[in-house]
Design a protein around this ligand. Structure first.
Ligand SMILES: N[C@@H](CCC(=O)N[C@@H](CS)C(=O)NCC(=O)O)C(=O)O
Length: 229
């Protein structure tokens, strides 16, 4: 399979889960650009028919539909195994998936319950503190796993970078609201990796597109501007 022509990825680049799939596809030589969600909304019947979970990303490839960013990334890697540079070494491949899982379960997983508090005038501070403690634990675990040189786990771009970069770019904009001004403070390996990744290809164009989408979304929804966006 040489091109991504019969593949359809649904979602927006402002979602770090979607941006991950785009970065993985690029690293595999697949040109996969996200398309607008059918029916205009993740709750539409048209989209639910593709992905009953009702979240982006979703992938359609002929008769197959898939959901969940990590599952989609694994599918793409299996589609073009000859382009998957991590496949030859099970330990390297597994470490990349471990970073992705830390991102999903312990960073994004700790952040997502915080989202409703952003709009509340008197949010439950104890509940926020609990999620923040979990988030900080997640950052600590990530720090233990990273070995930047200059990519997240060594000298070549890997799955870990594709999962981590969009999530860190998103979370660095969101966490100041909860009192965490800089995610990299106290995390020297994350800081080293981020200082390399933040302005370089293939990440920077993906960040730019995601940030433009997030700006537009916030304007459309009457949300206040975010520092750094
Ligand atoms: N577990 C999912 C999480 C995906 C997710 O949270 N997607 C969000 C956008 S970042 C979403 O689709 N939310 C519902 C919506 O936007 O309507 C994955 O790993 O792909």
């Amino acid at each position: 399979m040489a091109s991504g022509q019969s593949l359809h990825l649904y979602g927006q680049m402002m979602s770090p889960f979607v941006a991950r799939v785009v970065l993985v596809a690029q690293s595999l030589g697949l040109d996969l650009q996200p398309e607008a969600v059918p029916g205009g909304d993740t709750s539409s019947p048209e989209f639910r028919a593709i992905n009953p979970i009702g979240q982006v990303p979703a992938l359609v490839h002929d008769d197959l539909w898939l959901a969940e960013g990590e599952v989609i990334c694994s599918y793409l890697r299996d589609l073009v195994p000859e382009h998957d540079t991590e496949r030859h070494d099970p330990a390297v491949a597994a470490r990349g998936r471990l970073v992705a899982r830390i991102v999903d379960l312990y960073l994004m997983g700790a952040y997502i319950p915080l989202i409703p508090f952003r709009q509340q005038e008197s949010p439950d501070q104890a509940a926020i503190d609990k999620q923040m403690a979990a988030f900080k634990d997640g950052l600590g675990v990530l720090e233990a796993v990273l070995s930047p040189a200059p990519f997240a786990l060594g000298s070549t771009l890997g799955h870990a970078d594709c999962a981590l970069a969009p999530a860190i770019d998103y979370l660095r904009l969101m966490m100041p609201h909860f009192g965490m001004a800089d995610l990299t403070d106290g995390h020297p390996k994350l800081k080293q990796w981020w200082s390399y990744a933040q302005e370089r290809a293939p990440f920077a164009p993906v960040f730019e597109e995601g940030q433009a989408g997030l700006r537009a979304y916030r304007v459309d929804h009457g949300l206040p501007p975010l520092e750094g966006l």
